[in-house]
Ligand binder design. Structure first.
Ligand SMILES: Nc1ncnc2c1ncn2[C@@H]1O[C@H](COP(=O)(O)OP(=O)(O)OP(=O)(O)O)[C@@H](O)[C@H]1O
Length: 239
């Protein structure tokens, strides 16, 4: 079984190919990082998986079920969740209210309050549930968003540059969070530029370039791949 699979997935915008014959697959329980130069098609890949874009051709499977034709909310109900790069919190509402919106938006569960408490506990914000989201630090706001994303108890969590703007300590803490989620059985697919974070979490790395899977392997294999270094210049310079 695969938790996520694309078969010959293509997407073009006005003739520009942004995903080209993408055959991606990920095992259940895996932590995968998706890397690649700016404009490689990483965010577009997420949007295709989430149903925000329709592929021009090809198919997408979640837990071996074809989801290509499903709408976004249906995919969320199946167990896919996302934390986007652009902050999606309501700054003038409390941490708890933000969580309520995230859960209510997608699911109607009797266990809602418990789900919120558990998610806030998980991301270390249980003590701040009454504070306004806008007063949290940047890192805490990102964690709130991760909390919002996991409150629906997804099987697959997509993270789009989760550590953008974080301090090294916050980044490391986020990596630990990802490992804890993974130990609880969640599969995680993260788009990330911070190679230190990629090293901390990735079991396997997929490199996208011009909408094509350019390379795939362990972090060691990817970092020693000269072709990857060539297209993704500078990416491995931070060690
Ligand atoms: N809605 C759209 N309409 C037209 N072109 C688009 C659209 N969305 C993305 N693109 C183009 O698709 C290509 C891939 O963009 P995408 O945002 O997926 O790349 P990325 O790998 O996520 O880049 P970055 O690392 O900078 O976030 C870019 O050339 C972009 O301009």
């Amino acid at each position: 079984m695969t938790i996520l699979r694309t078969e010959a997935m293509c997407k073009n915008f006005d003739g520009v190919q942004v995903a080209e014959d993408v055959n991606f697959s990920m095992e259940p329980g895996e932590i995968r990082c998706l890397i690649g130069p700016n404009g490689a098609g990483k965010s577009t890949f997420f949007k295709l998986v989430l149903g925000e874009h329709q592929p021009s051709s090809g198919d997408i499977f979640f837990a071996d079920e074809r989801i290509t034709a499903l709408r976004s909310f249906e995919r969320v109900r199946k167990g896919i969740s996302v934390k986007f790069q652009v902050p999606g919190i309501f700054r003038e509402l409390s941490v708890w209210q933000n969580m309520q919106i995230a859960v209510q938006h997608h699911l109607h569960r009797d266990s809602m309050a418990k789900d919120i408490e558990a998610a806030l506990e998980f991301v270390g914000l249980a003590q701040k549930s009454r504070e306004l989201a806008g007063t949290l630090s940047h890192g805490e706001q990102q964690w709130l968003e991760i909390g919002m994303a996991i409150s629906t108890r997804p099987r697959l969590l997509l993270l789009d540059e989760p550590t953008a703007g974080m301090t090294p300590e916050e980044t490391h803490k986020t990596g630990e969070m990802v490992h804890r989620l993974n130990r609880e059985g969640m599969s995680v697919l993260a788009v990330e530029h911070d190679m230190e974070f990629v090293r901390q979490i990735a079991q396997k790395v997929t490199v996208l370039n011009f909408g094509v899977i350019f390379a795939e392997g362990t972090i060691g294999e990817i970092e020693s791949n000269d072709e990857v270094a060539r297209i993704y210049l500078g990416a491995f310079d931070d060690d």
